[in-house]
Design a protein around this ligand. Structure first.
Ligand SMILES: Nc1ncnc2c1ncn2[C@@H]1O[C@H](COP(=O)(O)OP(=O)(O)OP(=O)(O)O)[C@@H](O)[C@H]1O
Ligand SMILES: [Mg+2]
Length: 433
């Protein structure tokens, strides 16, 4: 189906169809014109012989002239029969079997096609002239040969060339399409790839790769600015946090202590945000594999379920956990704990009052809740940094939890997806085999 939409294929089919149409039409016209000319020649010949013999009144002389004419003609190309009072006087040149046996003056079937037969009255007697149509039969053979040895191979050859061209171009078009699709989906490192042939499609591939290169560099620079700002602001804010801590140790009025507590909460939120931003930047920059070791993901999931059991109980919901078998993976225990924690905290925060289910089966970790879920068109968006949906504006958070979870999954070569749990959200993380 996809192939049928390919422009080169359509062009090839149209070109081959036009070529075939014109060739067959040209050959057909040439054939008809030549066949008519040859037919006219044959008729003229018969007419000439009849005129020649009609002009001779004497039967004996006529027979002599008829013999002369036949002898001078090519073998079998001319047959004559003279009749007098209904009886055959002479068949000049032995007629083919069928012709002698024929009762009437017409020729039997197979021969009727091969000869043009004319009858004429002589004074006295009758004459039958049969002129061979060999030349027309030869013309037919010639045209069949042209069709078989020229037109058919030409058609096969052009079709073969067409198929090769279509294959080549559709492979490149497919590569360009795939790259565009990947780039649109946020895979900024996607490229059509060299070699770029010296064709228009090659130029487009090269330009597309250059554009992707520029876009990746620009995005990288932006990320770097974000990370730099977070890095530069983190230390002064941490100092503020330490001073607030010291302030808390002094004598304060109740009002002042209330304000201090609020300020401390907000500073720790700011510090958490900066830490997450920096961690995501580090993971996206390819760091994060330093802490990799062989761990059992099943044990880790079980530990996290235990840790969050109390929080779930406080929130009045049940947290269940299904684990089929141990799952050894190479990864960072701390990062993977953070991933699970972010997902469970999201369920607690964004799907309040619904049970949470953690499971690990067939290399897939999933966290499911029974809340409002995330509409399909928002699912890619919430994986980006600092994105929070309208419905969550009133809840705590900075919109970094899912971005960090995705960065952790990526660094482990795992694939994180958001799906509908009907009702609720299910986040799956599939670990590579
Ligand atoms: N389980 C869920 N059910 C419904 N919506 C969710 C769920 N998890 C996340 N979301 C939506 O996705 C948005 C982004 O989630 P993310 O974890 O990145 O940020 P956050 O939870 O708002 O803040 P943070 O995790 O940084 O504290 C949330 O603001 C919320 O709108
Ligand atoms: Mg979150």
């Amino acid at each position: 189906m996809k192939r049928l939409r390919s422009t080169p294929l359509r062009l090839s089919v149209i070109l081959i169809a036009v070529f075939t149409l014109f060739m067959t039409a040209g050959l057909g016209i040439a054939y008809v014109v030549m066949r008519d000319a040859l037919g006219a020649d044959v008729a003229l010949r018969a007419e000439q012989v009849m005129q020649d013999l009609r002009a001779i009144p004497e039967p004996a002389e006529r027979l002599e002239r008829a013999t002369e004419i036949v002898v001078a003609s090519e073998l079998r190309s001319l047959l004559l029969r003279l009749e007098l009072n209904g009886e055959t006087v002479a068949s000049v040149r032995p007629l083919p079997e069928g012709l002698i046996d024929a009762e009437d003056t017409g020729l039997p079937e197979p021969l009727a096609d091969s000869y043009l037969v004319r009858h004429t009255d002589l004074a006295p007697g009758q004459l039958m002239v049969a002129v061979g149509r060999d030349s027309i039969a030869e013309l037919n053979e010639t045209f069949v040969a042209i069709l078989g040895f020229a037109l058919l191979p030409a058609l096969l050859l052009t079709s073969a060339i067409g198929i090769v061209v279509v294959r080549r171009t559709s492979t490149r078009v497919e590569a360009i399409r795939r790259t565009l699709h990947a780039l649109a989906g946020g895979e900024l490192e996607a490229r059509v790839g060299a070699p770029h042939p010296d064709t228009d499609l090659g130029d487009i591939s090269r330009d597309l790769d250059r554009m992707a290169e520029a876009q990746e560099a620009a995005t990288g620079a932006l990320r770097q600015i974000g990370a730099d700002i977070a890095h530069d602001l983190k230390t002064p804010i941490q100092r503020v946090a330490v001073r607030l801590e010291r302030l808390g140790e002094t004598e304060l009025t109740d009002d002042a202590r209330g304000l201090l507590d609020q300020t401390r909460d907000e500073t720790s939120q700011i510090i958490a945000t900066f830490e997450s931003l920096l961690q995501i930047a580090q993971l996206e920059g390819g760091q994060g594999r330093d802490g990799f070791s062989a761990i059992d993901l099943a044990a880790l999931v079980r530990d996290m379920a235990e840790i969050y059991e109390a929080a779930a109980e406080d929130a009045g919901v049940r947290l269940t956990c299904t684990i089929i078998e141990p799952l050894p993976v190479i990864g960072d225990r701390h990062l993977l704990s953070r991933l699970i924690a972010n997902l469970v905290e999201n369920a607690l925060r964004h799907a309040p009052g619904t049970d949470i289910h953690l499971s690990l089966a067939a290399r897939t970790l999933s966290v499911r809740d029974g809340g409002a879920g995330i509409p399909p068109e928002q699912r890619a968006k919430v994986l980006r940094r600092l994105v929070r949906l309208e419905a969550s504006r009133s809840t705590l958070g900075s919109g970094l939890g899912l971005a960090l979870a995705k960065a952790v999954a990526d660094v482990h070569g795992a694939k994180l997806d958001l799906d509908d749990a009907a009702p609720g959200l299910v986040v799956t993380v599939v670990f590579p085999a």
